[in-house]
Write a protein that binds this ligand. Structure first.
Ligand SMILES: NC(=O)c1ccc[n+]([C@@H]2O[C@H](COP(=O)([O-])OP(=O)(O)OC[C@H]3O[C@@H](n4cnc5c(N)ncnc54)[C@H](OP(=O)(O)O)[C@@H]3O)[C@@H](O)[C@H]2O)c1
Length: 255
């Protein structure tokens, strides 16, 4: 049995990844604020164990209890597989930092960086002694590598996850049963996050027209296509531990 914990399963990329993982061989733990009933129904129909945790990841103080309740449901045998996909993310606030409220900044960083770091830390604590295939996939962004006017908080939180990924890989290298970790930038995906980006003001987000053109010119990837790549990555025999990779490099870099 493969155990998979995935955040942000209710819609967008996380929904498509979860849908693609529905199988009797996978036991899936979904985390997001709103439950997705379609996923629950699809799992029932596919004879797949899927459990939903409605949880606001900006409430970082409750993450220990959340992970404890998930790990109470997991029995990994030697040789098993256990995966954490830190996918949930928010792009807002889309405006220069001096226009953002303290609350907006704190909320973004909590969801995009603090929660994934805590979940990764707890994942390692809970699985450290297990002789199993243990992997963390952090969904990052090209915005973690390149500055965009109006995205300082989003860019900053994604850059944090990229370097965190590299540090964790370093820390795990000497372990008897290391947890492997990767940071994966999914490209531009046709989800609600892109709608939010297109609804920003030109004054606050200089690249607005470019992002509107991506949509109009059909340049966005479908969530299903990107989810397929993430699922390939989850089970990839040649997993690039500590890698910070973009979807455009994936596989080209591996083979
Ligand atoms: N779309 C793109 O072009 C693009 C590009 C680069 C990177 N990414 C990254 O890809 C990941 C998925 O993005 P997406 O495009 O699929 O976004 P999306 O359609 O807006 O979905 C975001 C997901 O995150 C969850 N989420 C947001 N805030 C949350 C919170 N406080 N607590 C718990 N869950 C929360 C949402 O669930 P609830 O609302 O139910 O809580 C939802 O399931 C993100 O990390 C994003 O940064 C996306």
């Amino acid at each position: 049995m493969n155990y998979i914990i995935i955040t942000g399963a209710s819609k967008g990329l996380g929904y498509s990844i979860t849908k693609g993982l529905i199988s009797k061989d996978n036991h899936i733990f979904c985390i997001s604020r709103k439950k997705n009933e379609q996923l629950i129904d699809a799992a029932k129909a596919g004879n797949c164990s899927l459990e939903y945790y409605e949880y606001d990841l900006s409430d970082v103080a409750g993450l220990d209890d959340l992970m404890q309740s998930i790990f109470d449901r997991i029995t990994v045998k030697d040789g098993g597989t256990i995966i954490l996909v830190n996918n949930a993310g928010v792009v807002t606030p889309v405006k220069p930092a001096d226009k953002c409220s303290s609350g907006e900044i704190a909320r973004n960083v909590a969801v995009n960086a603090i929660a994934p770091m805590i979940l990764a830390s707890l994942f390692i604590k809970h699985t450290g002694e297990l002789n199993a295939e243990k992997r963390i996939i952090n969904i990052s962004s090209g915005a973690g590598k390149k500055p965009y006017y109006g995205w300082s908080i989003y860019c900053g939180s994604k850059a944090a996850i990229d370097l965190f990924t590299r540090c964790i890989s370093l820390e795990q290298q000497a372990k008897e049963y290391p947890v492997k970790i990767i940071s994966f930038a999914p490209g531009i995906v046709d989800t609600d996050m892109q709608k939010e980006i297109r609804s920003a003001s030109k004054q606050d987000f200089e690249q607005l027209e470019r992002f509107i053109a991506y949509k109009n010119d059909g340049k966005l990837s479908t969530p299903e296509f990107v989810a397929g790549k993430v699922i390939e990555l989850i089970f990839d025999k040649e997993f690039i531990d500590g890698g910070v990779i973009d979807i455009s490099q994936y596989k080209k870099a591996v083979v």
